[in-house]
Design a protein around this ligand. Structure first.
Ligand code: TYM
Length: 329
């Protein structure tokens, strides 16, 4: 069985973008692949987080993983810091990464271009830790949204470099990006990715959003003045994004949805998208509430950490041996 690994960094509440671009796909794949899904808590602290908020977001993220359908009997779910091998291999990876490679990472470049102050060394070397996350498990595939593709490509380069220097050690992973929903855009600015770091809350739907508030965000989504419902990503990006969201959640093709609403106006289409999204949110939130009161999270995380540690520690031991970090007695 091929192995898959992915993670989410819950610096805030999980978003509809996280769900459509990543989480939903983990659930789909868990029957066919040996699936490892973790909460990337070390990645969260590359920027300051209020400790109480962070801790609450981590708990919510695990509960939401399960509420969205990740089944701990099929997938190994764990917290990154419960497996210390991540930090250790992250450092080793940083020693095998060139500054030029990190300077080319778009997320870092964008932040620099936006004049962001007080960037930490952790933020800069974050792709090395992400490479370690993946390589520790010798994952064949990494299901992610489009924005993470560059990081998985760097991981491939680092794996190949290490294998060439020290002999075959790592599986070279492949990113797996959904054709529809790989990049969900902001509802208030369809040229930007839907993201939890948005200044206003209008463009981003959170999985735990109040249902009425979520509907309002969709009904207020920025579209265009063309007035025709069709699939024109370049000239009607807002409309295209709404149809893409509905398509990924309903399993209907984008063409089919555009065709149904072609003579009905933007309001009707938005109403349909809101119905689809709100039905999904309601389902997730009902399960989330059940999971929170069921007190099963601790056992799930303990079991996940044990299973993940076995594989991660084996890889790390092999890496240390290959590099020559061990004393031979
Ligand atoms: P993060 O936490 O920013 O996002 C988690 C996952 O959600 C996807 N995603 C989106 N997909 C479509 N449209 C959007 N608007 C959208 N926003 C987010 C992301 O592409 C991602 O798949 N570095 C990672 C976390 C990480 C990781 C890993 C992932 C750490 N180590 C190892 C895979 C393997 C991150 O910050 O994702």
């Amino acid at each position: 069985m091929k192995r898959m690994l992915s993670g989410i960094k819950p610096t805030g509440q999980l978003t509809l973008g996280n769900y459509i671009g990543a989480l939903r796909n983990f659930v789909k794949y868990q029957d066919e692949y040996e699936m490892y899904v973790f909460i990337a808590n070390l990645h969260c602290i590359t920027e300051y987080q209020d400790p109480e908020d962070l801790s609450r977001n981590l708990t919510d993220a695990v509960a939401l993983y399960m509420a969205c359908g990740l089944d701990p009997n099929k997938s190994t779910i764990f917290l990154q810091t419960d497996v210390p091998a991540h930090a250790e291999l992250g450092y080793i990876m940083a020693c095998n990464t060139y500054l030029g490679e990190l300077n080319r990472m778009t997320q870092f470049k964008d932040k620099t271009a936006n004049g962001e102050k007080n960037m930490t060394a952790g933020l800069y070397t974050y792709p090395c830790l992400m490479a370690a996350d993946i390589l520790l498990y010798n994952a064949d595939y990494v299901p992610v949204g489009e924005d993470q593709k560059q990081h998985v490509e760097l991981t491939r380069d680092l794996a190949q470099r290490f294998n060439n220097k020290y002999g075959d050690t790592f599986v070279v992973p492949e990113p797996l990006i959904a054709k529809v929903g790989g990049r969900v855009m902001s509802l208030s600015d369809p040229h930007k990715k839907m993201s939890k770091s948005e200044e206003t809350n209008k463009g981003c739907i959170y999985l735990l959003d109040d249902i009425k508030a979520a509907r309002k965000k969709i009904m207020g989504a920025v579209t265009d003045s063309v007035g025709i419902i069709q699939l024109d990503k370049e000239n009607q990006p807002g409309l295209y994004n709404l149809i893409e969201i509905a398509s990924s959640l309903s399993e209907r093709s984008m063409e089919d949805i555009a065709e149904e609403f072609k003579d009905q106006g933007y309001g009707k289409l938005k109403g349909y998208v809101a119905d689809v999204v709100c039905a999904e949110l309601e389902k997730i939130q009902n399960r989330y509430n059940e999971i929170i009161v069921s007190h099963q999270l601790e056992a799930v995380m303990k079991d996940g950490a044990e299973k993940a540690s076995v594989i991660a520690n084996k890889t790390l031991d092999d890496v240390k041996k290959k590099i020559g970090l061990e004393i031979k007695y």
